[in-house]
Structure formats: C-alpha cells, structure tokens
Design a protein around this ligand. Structure first.
Ligand code: ZN
Length: 198
C-alpha cells in the first residue's frame, strides 16, 4: 500500500539512494523540499544537474574541476615539478587548506585493493606515469595509511624508482587507517614536512 502520492514516494526513493541518507532522513528531506519555495527548489535541482554535467577531471592532475585545468594546475606560482599523490579530491582540498604546500597534485580516485578487486588499472595511475615523462623532481605519496593506501604507496614507489625521480612518503603523523580529510592541518603539515624518501 502506498502511503504517499506516487511523486512523493519517488522523491523519497531517489533521496534514499544518496550515501548516508536512510529511509527516515529521505522522508524528512522530501517533505522539506516540498515545502520550500519553488524557485529555491529550481536552484537546488539545476545546481545538481549543472555540476554533474560540467564537472570533469583536470587534464593534468585528474581532480574534479569545471574547467580544463584546476586552479592549482593553472597557477604559475606553484612548483609544477613536485607532485603530491592523493587518493581523492577531498585529500587535495585538505592539503590546499593548510596553505603551506606549493607543489601540485595527482588524484588517483581510489587506492589499490586486492580484496575489493581494485587493481592499478582502476585508478589514475597511468595518467601519473605519463606526467612523470615531463620535468619532475619529486613525487610525494600522500595516500591514506590504511592497508589500501600503503599497498598503493608501495606499488607506486616501485613503479617510479627506475625513473630516477625522487619518491617520498608522508610521515606517519597520520594515524593508521586515518582518512586524510579528517585529520587536522597541523598533523597534515607535520606529515608532509617529515616525509621519508623511499
Ligand atoms: Zn589539476
């Protein structure tokens, strides 16, 4: 039996597909949306559609951007010969927020996980190796200190070693299993400054 009209049910269903939104929250959000002024709902809907349509990978570092290059890759003031490898765009933002890193990034969009069946070909590793054919001084591996993050770091360092480019790993100021985005800036900076050459 349907408790609500078909359209409300559909809205609740769609909302409950979002991560972290259970049936109850979806219901609450649906009723909130219905009570919102129409133009506000239009703005919400179009900002979602436009973001989805226009956001793509930065041609250089693979982070998400609405232009060909992200602001960091576009900036002439950055050291384009130092590349920090991170798992997600959120990690990129976490380091950007410290305001103390002046190199560029490479976003892998994931980490190698044999258990989940995620191999090197499933993350943006090929793109990283392509970048290394240019003029690069150092690659700083800043993947998470989870099992997957460590596996990925090891894999990348083995891949880069033969090229002669310096490879370093951020220090273990980052707690084991810790997601970079949840760690405070001081810890992030300490991890970066105390990085170890691999
Ligand atoms: Zn970029």
């Amino acid at each position: 039996m349907e408790y609500y009209s078909g359209q409300i049910t559909k809205l609740i269903e769609e909302l409950s597909r979002l991560p972290g939104i259970g049936a109850k929250s979806a219901q609450r959000l649906a009723f909130h949306i219905i009570s919102m002024p129409e133009e506000q709902v239009d703005r919400l809907a179009s900002s979602m559609t436009e973001a989805r349509r226009n956001i793509r990978y930065c041609k250089e570092c693979c982070t998400l951007t609405d232009q060909e290059l992200c602001p960091v890759c576009r900036s002439a003031g950055r050291d384009h010969k130092t590349i920090m490898v991170v798992e997600t765009p959120r990690d990129y933002v976490a380091y950007e927020k410290t305001g103390r890193y002046d190199g560029v990034y490479h976003v892998l969009h994931g980490a190698i996980s044999p258990m989940l069946g995620i191999g090197p070909g499933d993350i943006k590793l090929k793109e990283l190796m392509q970048r290394l054919q240019g003029d690069v001084n150092e690659v700083i591996i800043a993947t998470n200190s989870s099992l997957e993050g460590e596996t990925t770091a090891m894999y990348i360092s083995k891949l880069i070693k033969p090229t002669g480019i310096k490879v370093s790993r951020i220090a273990s100021g980052v707690p084991v299993g810790g997601d970079l985005e949840n760690i405070d800036e001081v810890t992030l900076l300490r991890a970066l400054e105390g990085r170890i050459e691999l």
